[in-house]
Design a protein. Structure first.
Length: 702
């Protein structure tokens, strides 16, 4: 959200410095603070990072920055300046520490031995621990060099502009008694309350312009407020927005100009939205349609689908099992269609249900976390039952991510390693938890050589199986020859990647399927080695990698390690993926489930699993599969925490921690906690209101 949209050049109390244009008030242009260049932050040397372990002496390498190339003689020089280098750093006097951190650049003659035994007499200029970092930063010319230096730096609010990003000159003009920095520190809700009073603060001739600017600002702000973003401040950095917040800001930018006759295509706009925010999204869509536009929406959220005028359902399955039209028409017509997969969820005949919570004779205990205030989240005291499924809920911006990803996860990780707790954690009782596993939707690597077969660990077993075929033995091929990365049977044209890059001169390179191997990654010779499969047919290894997990499961029934791993993938709802499919091309949900494949076969009593919105982009049937996976983790003793908006997951959780009641400054506390039934009965919980609509009541599960 750019402050330049405020048009602060409409002056009310400008100093006598002449007329100014809007660019003079833009932090990314002429209005930028000179010290931070309009970023609002400055980098400074972090003394704690310079000497991370004060139990070491300087001779033992206590001063980390002196290990940078060009600074290694400094420990000898500092000894000449009267600093003891053979005692723990913590025992140095204040004067000695001052010399280490801030000593002047003076010259001293030192003796430096070389590796071959020779001794050099150097007249060396001392560089204190801070200067060593500053000089290294100034001379760093590569990204790798910068990364080495960044560990010694901390990011601080710019002392000149106070984080406003604006120069003193840009902040000198006042409107209604406040400068531009003060105006952009307001939330959207505060802004719309303040704007109507502004025309009266300018001259009569400027009021028409002021009204036009204010009307434009208010219209954009109202749309964002309708989408549940009223708590956002105008100076909030875009990089700090959550996925849901960022998507709604982008949607508002796309639709803020009132148009007619335009087709708007929205790709899963409900991602990251609380049910209350979905209502705001529906209101924006209604406005677009009322203005004479058409909206085409790709989504799985039943709350959105029920409001559609016309539905088109593609399916019935995924991958090769999908791709055809199975139903279309009004919501009622699709719900009544016997071929429809989504129909039962539209009219309420079908609901996502999970097995009953795990029950045992003795309770596994609780994980107890107390936090300090952080961002807009206040001090919290929460309890998470071990061996259970806990859902952390709340509207966007209510503090879910801060609580779980910035307090709980790093706290448990530090406790497991015996390290110091993060500043945001006051206390943590995580007895019995020695591992935390964050399962997010980030892609699995960026290398096209990583495939479903390699990531799941079945390819090694398959290579050994095909190396045992008669044709392979006749040729002298080993399991190594069947590696498409380094083996002799890999395609020589593409090097085993299955694709080649074309240089299109002034345009970006274009990747196409390798014309020699057709994307199989292997040379034609590899087809000679064929193995009799369980069904009696013979199949080559490249041919098997071209099959789906479900198809391969039938054809490898006699290879126990492969069968068991492929069965897990099938149970995770990934049976439609091909074994040779590149993992970087998988969707976020597919990547999450593939990461879990290796976790479902071992005892997890010491593990905390954390999922960040795992239902993003999932059909209700996929949500049911995911819920089954979470319960399977529980069956192995795992403690599971999900940050979630999906009512099916929330309604089936064992415990809910509901944050809010609003977002930003209006949130940051626990408004309700307990079972889904208890939260549904709590009048203070917005999530509870939607749970009641979803069918959760005091006496029964959904």
């Amino acid at each position: 959200m750019s402050p330049s949209t405020c048009r602060w050049s409409a002056r009310s109390a400008a100093p006598p410095s002449g007329a100014r244009g809007a660019e003079s008030f833009a932090f990314n242009s002429a209005g930028a603070c000179p010290r931070c260049s309009g970023t609002g932050v400055v980098r400074d040397v972090d003394d704690d990072a310079l000497v991370p372990d004060e139990s070491l002496s300087i001779e033992q390498g206590a001063v980390e920055s002196w290990k940078i190339m060009g600074s290694t003689p400094n420990p000898r020089v500092v000894a000449e300046l009267g600093v003891r280098t053979d005692i723990p750093f913590r025992d140095l006097t204040d004067r000695e520490r001052e010399i280490v951190f801030n000593g002047e650049q003076v010259k001293r003659r030192i003796m430096v031995p070389s590796k071959n035994g020779r001794v050099f007499n150097l007249n060396w200029t001392y560089r204190n621990a801070r200067v060593a970092v500053q000089e290294a930063l100034a001379s760093a010319k590569s990204e790798k060099g910068l990364q080495r230096i960044n560990r010694f730096l901390s990011v601080q609010t710019c002392p000149d502009c106070g984080g406003s990003r604006l120069s003193e000159r840009a902040r000198s003009t006042l409107v209604d008694g406040i400068d531009l920095a003060g105006a952009t520190s307001k939330s959207l809700e505060e802004l719309v309350e303040w704007l109507p009073a502004l025309p009266a603060t300018v001259g009569e001739q400027m009021r028409p312009m002021a009204h036009a600017i204010i009307d434009q600002m208010a219209e954009t702000a109202d749309r964002l407020i309708d989408l549940g973003l009223g708590y956002l401040r105008l100076d909030r950095a875009a990089a700090t927005l959550s996925t849901g917040e960022r998507q709604r800001v982008q949607l508002t930018r796309a639709v803020r100009n009132r148009t007619t006759g335009v087709l708007y295509v929205l790709d899963e706009p409900s991602i990251g939205l609380h049910p209350a925010n979905v209502d705001g999204l529906l209101a924006v869509i209604d406005d677009l349609i009322a203005d004479g536009n058409s909206v085409l929406m790709v989504d799985h959220d039943v709350q959105l689908l029920r409001r559609a005028d016309h539905l088109i359902e593609i399916g019935p399955g995924s991958g090769a099992d999908g791709g055809r039209l199975i139903a279309q028409g009004t919501v009622a017509e699709v719900a009544a269609c016997p071929d429809s997969v989504i129909g039962g969820f539209l009219d309420g005949r079908r609901q996502v249900r999970s097995p009953a919570p795990r029950s045992s004779g003795e309770e596994a205990g609780d994980l107890r976390l107390r936090t300090a205030p952080l961002h807009t989240v206040g001090a919290l005291d929460i309890t998470i039952p071990r061996g259970r499924l806990t859902a952390v809920t709340g509207v966007s911006g209510s503090g879910k991510t801060t609580l779980v990803l910035e307090c709980l996860v790093p706290g448990v990780a530090a406790a497991a390693k015996g390290e110091r707790m993060p500043r945001s954690v006051k206390s943590l009782d995580a007895a019995g938890i020695s591992r935390v596993n964050l399962i997010d939707a980030t892609p699995i690597g960026v290398n096209v050589r990583s495939t479903v077969a390699t990531y799941s660990g079945v390819l090694d077993h398959l290579r050994r199986a095909w190396a045992g075929t008669p044709a392979a033995r006749a040729h002298g091929w080993t399991a190594g020859d069947f590696s498409y990365n380094t083996g002799s049977l890999r395609c020589q044209t593409c090097g085993g990647t299955g694709q080649i890059s074309l240089d299109v001169q002034f345009l970006p390179d274009v990747d196409i399927v390798c014309p020699a191997c057709g994307g199989s990654r292997y040379s034609a010779e590899a087809d000679e080695a064929r193995r009799a499969e369980a069904q009696g047919d013979e199949l080559s290894l490249p041919g098997l990698l071209g099959l789906t997990v479900a198809q391969a499961l039938e054809r490898t029934a006699d290879i126990a390690p492969v069968r068991s791993r492929l069965q897990i993938l099938s149970d995770l709802g990934l049976g439609y993926l091909t074994l040779g499919e590149s993992t970087p091309a998988l969707s976020g949900g597919e990547a999450q489930r593939l990461k879990l494949a290796s976790e479902l076969t071992r005892n997890q009593r010491d593990t905390l699993f954390v999922f960040d919105e795992p239902t993003v982009g999932l059909h209700p049937l996929d949500v049911a599969t995911l819920l089954g996976v979470l319960r399977r983790l529980q069956a192995h003793g795992a403690t599971v925490v999900v940050i979630e908006h999906d009512l099916d997951i929330i309604a089936n959780a064992d415990r809910i921690i509901d944050m809010g009641p609003g977002g930003g400054e209006a949130g940051g506390r626990v408004v309700a906690e307990g079972t889904p039934q208890q939260v549904a009965a709590d009048p203070a919980s917005i999530t509870g209101r939607y749970l009641r609509r979803h069918g959760v009541c005091q006496n029964r599960r959904p």
